[in-house]
Design a binder for this molecule. Sequence first.
Ligand SMILES: C[S@@+](CC[C@H](N)C(=O)[O-])C[C@H]1O[C@@H](n2cnc3c(N)ncnc32)[C@H](O)[C@@H]1O
Length: 295
Amino acid sequence: MKLAKSFPLFSASVTLGQARARVAAVLAAAGKEPAALESRLLLEDATGLTSLDFVIRADETLGDPQAARLLISLERRLRDEPISRILGHNDFYGLDLIVTRDVLDPRADTEMLVDRALAFLRERRLSRPKILDLGTGSGAILCAVLHATPQAFGLGVDLSPAACEVAAKNLDRCGLASRSSIICGCWADAISGCFDLIVANPPYIARPETAALAPEVVRHDPALALFGGEDGLDCYRLLARDFGRLLAKGGAIFLEIGARQAASVVEILSSEGFRDAAVFKDHGGRDRVVTVRNI
Ligand SMILES: C[S@@+](CC[C@H](N)C(=O)[O-])C[C@H]1O[C@@H](n2cnc3c(N)ncnc32)[C@H](O)[C@@H]1O
């Protein structure tokens, strides 16, 4: 194993505590931060132990099979694979969701869209709101909104059959299968009816921005989830054409956007008759969500 030769990390009788410290040091040296957290997650995954076990059993020896598994994971991380893809799951809005190579790794920034959508649903107090998630991917947004809204029903759509499978598994994993459905198709082409809440985090990276993407993103998130054409706005243009027929009276649309796309997306929505758009910033102060209502 390459890494084993370069770093004598796990020579005979290394303890769990030492292994954790050494993995953290290797990660930190490679600029993988937060190294201590990533080390803990990789160790827990390799050993099947919990955080508490690591406190209580820090002096126990790391077994050979566990060390081998840990080295493989560490090598993957050093080759820029995101930690969630190595572990096969990630936290989104407090839910532990399956993440595979076929879906976008759900981002913390997208939680902001969920916050806004939930605030809208609380304000509307509908007895059984209907929710549509276009480009559902892992189902992250749909899972989070349905989980926090017990009477709601949700429909998720994705073009990728593999992503649809992951979304269905995640809805099931969150106990939401009976209140949701997943359809494989192109945006709203196969959808009829009206929805009280429409959410979408479409691919919005402009082609010229590809070179600036982090290796974690460009090598590991599916291209179908990332790129929105030359100016990044292709999907908003396609989606906006259907919003008029899909949005119920009193309903709202929440769209995640790239940091410099607010004005363009507001204009696209306006050209489809949706005036009075509002733009919300994320915790980093960047424009992140555009919303319009059908008043
Ligand atoms: C940026 S990802 C968002 C995934 C998820 N909603 C999230 O926020 O983590 C965009 C998603 O749109 C899907 N997608 C791309 N083109 C599509 C199309 N024409 N119709 C439906 N879904 C599409 C991709 O497969 C991908 O899952």
